[in-house]
Ligand binder design. Structure first.
Ligand code: FAD
Length: 539
């Protein structure tokens, strides 16, 4: 059973599917013999097609004879045509309302609390810190700009779980799971209440989430997931094939479960809203300030970036998948890259052909799964499937683009919604997901509790990050708080091994998950071994 997949459970995150494929991936290459049947001619000078051509000789051969100018006429498949005008940028961040960054830090700052990282964890840490104690002076340092990390570039699925799904929580913390479910529900409610209280407009739509079975073996998985959720009093409804297709019409759907308590948000607006609130409450934000060094100084802690330094009594590190200045954080999490597409807004007729009147978020039930949702203006965000790890835990910006992942996403989008053929994608992007070996958050302290940290939400941090931030603050301020005694807080996840074992392990797992998907979900020896060690997705 694959319970951690519940919600946006990305237990498949670290796992790049790699069954033998061309450099372009099967998505662009394997259908070429049929190209003349389905394809049209396009003027392909877009940012997407050129990189694809550079990689796959077979696509180059598909050029009609005699085309020689720089603007070649290309024979190309519809799912690639849909990508020809796509902007290589994140839709959420690529909007005029994006705030002008705050200036970088210059010289020396003194403060009570310094927060490193301007994503959900850092922003919620700063907000909760001043809400708990309005007299506390807080500084936030961000390497790039607020929301530029995973928080501004995700699917915006807002789920109640703090354990990356019920099943993942059950397998790692069976004795504490009831408490953890309740803490998650409380955190979700408090997050929504906080948005209301501070009048943050983040386009919240609370319509639940659908988990759809797209292969027969997934129907049984769904049954088990629903039974587990009901055991914990979580509202969920089963839908048979006709019922799910009456909701959202895809020929790939065989059954579904509709988890009622879940929302979608506009993630960048949520970050920018939090940013405005904390600025109003007196938090000083410095952007363009990568913290390079952190060390004890007197009774406090000193953080250095290129243009200045901060002396603080305490620090919260919220650096997620990016390289932390603290070595122990670097062993706790690896960055796994996830990619997404955004369509143009659907016309009424296009949306009508799909249905989707209840506007739920959706994920499918494979190990390599897709997640998708509507936006306020009726675009479809479509992401997932590939989950790519780069040797050495790289997180550089150029990894945000991966043509072969976009080609695959596009092909499977039109497999899911063939009635939308002709729709085009406006944006394509990727982002790093901080993944621990237990596939849910890890918190900790360093430098005699002057520093705390919270990272590793895997694919489920939009809501859980608020709880991680709260734990990080409590570790500094209230070390005797009862919830800090939970194993969930105290126990470290098994550390990721160093390279090259790290890459080898991830790659083996990726291949094993791809094989399981192709083999009716049956988990082979490698996955079963990981499961038995408590390191397995879906264990
Ligand atoms: C493509 C994608 C889709 C996802 N979809 C979902 C979803 O639908 N639902 C869900 O719940 N979760 C989803 N996630 C996961 C979710 O986005 C993250 O768990 C969450 O945003 C983590 O927030 P964070 O603040 O910890 O990290 P981030 O948002 O990554 O913030 C970390 C910040 O720290 C800064 N930083 C790093 N190092 C330093 C330094 N040395 N000095 C100063 N600043 C530094 C970075 O620049 C960055 O801004 C998705 C993630 C991705 C990438």
């Amino acid at each position: 059973m694959r319970g951690a997949r519940l919600g946006l459970g990305r237990e498949s995150c670290p796992l790049e599917p790699r069954v033998a494929r061309s450099p372009l991936g099967s998505d662009a290459g394997e259908h070429l013999p049929n190209a003349s049947r389905r394809a049209g001619f396009v003027k392909a000078i877009g940012t997407h097609i050129i990189p694809l051509l550079q990689q796959d000789p077979r696509l180059r051969q598909s050029r009609p004879a005699g085309s020689s100018s720089r603007r070649k006429e290309l024979l190309i498949e519809p799912h690639l045509m849909a990508l020809t005008d796509t902007s290589p940028s994140c839709y959420w961040l690529d909007r005029p309302e994006r705030p002008t960054p705050q200036p970088a830090l210059e010289g020396l700052e003194e403060t009570d609390l310094v927060v490193v990282g301007g994503g959900f964890t850092g922003l919620w840490a700063a907000l909760q810190a001043v809400e708990i104690d309005p007299t506390r002076d807080v500084v936030l340092l961000e390497a790039k700009s607020v929301a530029e990390g995973a928080s501004g570039r995700n699917g915006g699925f807002a789920d109640t779980s703090i354990t990356h799904g019920l099943h993942n929580g059950l397998s790692h913390f069976p004795k504490e799971i009831e408490t953890l479910v309740q803490l998650g529900l409380d955190n979700y409610r408090e997050l929504l209440a906080s948005l209301k209280r501070h009048e943050i407009e983040a386009d919240v739509e609370e319509n639940g989430t659908l988990w759809v079975a797209t292969a027969p073996y997934q129907i049984e998985d769904l049954r088990e997931q629903v039974a587990d959720l009901q055991r914990f009093g979580i509202a969920v409804e089963r839908l048979d094939r006709d019922a799910i297709r009456a909701q959202v019409d895809s020929p790939t759907y065989l059954a579904a479960a509709w988890l009622r308590r879940a929302a979608i948000v506009d993630p960048a607006r949520l970050c920018w809203g939090l940013r405005d609130v904390i600025l109003r409450l007196g938090v000083r934000i410095y952007e363009g300030c990568p913290v390079e060094r952190i060390a004890p100084a007197g009774a406090g802690i000193e953080l250095r970036c290129a243009s200045g330094r901060v002396h603080a009594r305490k620090a919260v590190l919220a650096t997620n998948a990016f390289r932390s200045p603290l070595p122990r954080m670097r062993r706790a999490s690896i960055p796994v890259w996830d990619y997404a597409l955004m369509t143009e807004p659907l016309s009424e007729a296009q949306l009508g052909s799909v249905g989707w009147r209840d506007r739920q978020s959706i994920t499918d039930g494979a190990n390599q799964f897709h997640y998708y949702r509507l936006t306020r203006d009726n675009r479809i965000l479509w992401g997932g499937y590939d989950a790519i790890y780069h040797y050495g835990s790289r997180t550089d910006d150029r990894l945000q683009q991966r043509p072969e992942s976009f080609a695959g996403l596009s092909r499977r989008f039109f497999d899911t919604f063939p009635q939308l053929e002709g729709l085009r994608f406006s944006h394509q992007w990727g982002g790093p997901i901080s993944t621990t070996t237990r596939f849910c958050m890890e918190v900790g302290t360093a430098h005699e509790r002057r520093v705390s940290w919270a990272i590793g939400y895997t694919g489920q941090g939009v809501v859980a990050a608020r709880f991680g931030a709260r734990l990080a603050l409590d570790l500094l301020d209230r070390p005797k708080a009862p919830h800090l005694a939970l194993d969930f807080v105290r126990k470290r996840a098994f550390p990721w091994p160093p390279e090259p074992l790290r890459s080898i392990g991830v790659r083996l797992t990726q291949r094993a998950l791809a094989r399981a998907d192709a083999n009716e979900g049956r988990r082979g020896l490698w996955l079963r071994t990981l499961d038995s060690l408590g390191l397995g997705f879906d264990s």
